[in-house]
Design a protein. Structure first.
Ligand code: ADP
Length: 150
């Protein structure tokens, strides 16, 4: 990588919906990269609560004043999307050892097969318990999830 090339990271996820945990990871990663592309995977086999367009619009509004952040949707392999964007890094958050176990083999495969490094940021203690699936559970049952999302 030459000195002049920009450091671009893709932050892939479902963001169904985006939570304070995601926002924490994004804000803390900002000093490390020139550009972070928040990439919403449009995995057709996954059942979503919010539409792809709603999720994209919500994230765009959240970061509309930050030129370093871009929002995109993609399908297929995350590594293929990274290459199409000229991104050298995948950004992921780690809450616990379950996240770690899941991420480890994917990160190693992406390194070996695609030469893409994964960068992990450990969640801040106050956000480590938040997941999109908990928010969906609360939403489905008519509860108040406003303290968990931006
Ligand atoms: P995926 O379906 O790919 O796990 P998510 O939208 O659930 O997509 O998560 C995207 C990324 O954000 C993952 O790396 C996940 O570990 C991370 N993440 C989710 N919630 C939190 C949180 N509360 N704190 C830190 N990282 C988180």
């Amino acid at each position: 990588m030459s000195n002049t090339s920009k450091k671009i990271a893709v932050f892939p996820g479902s963001f169904d919906p985006i939570t304070l945990g995601h926002v924490d990871i994004i804000n803390r990663a900002l000093p490390l990269f020139d550009t972070i592309i928040i990439a919403i995977g449009s995995n057709a086999t996954k059942k979503h609560m919010w539409s792809l367009q709603d999720r994209k619009t919500a994230i765009e509004q959240l970061f509309e004043n930050n030129n370093a952040i871009k929002v995109a949707t993609y399908d297929g392999l995350t590594a293929t999307f990274c290459k199409s964007q000229g991104a050298q890094f995948i950004l992921r958050g780690l809450r616990n050892s379950t996240d770690f176990e899941y991420e480890q083999t994917i990160a190693q495969a992406n390194d070996k097969v695609n030469g893409i490094d994964s960068i992990f940021i450990i969640s801040s203690p106050e956000y480590g318990f938040i997941s999109s699936s908990i928010v969906r559970d609360i939403a489905r049952n008519g509860g108040d999830y406003s303290k968990l999302v931006p």
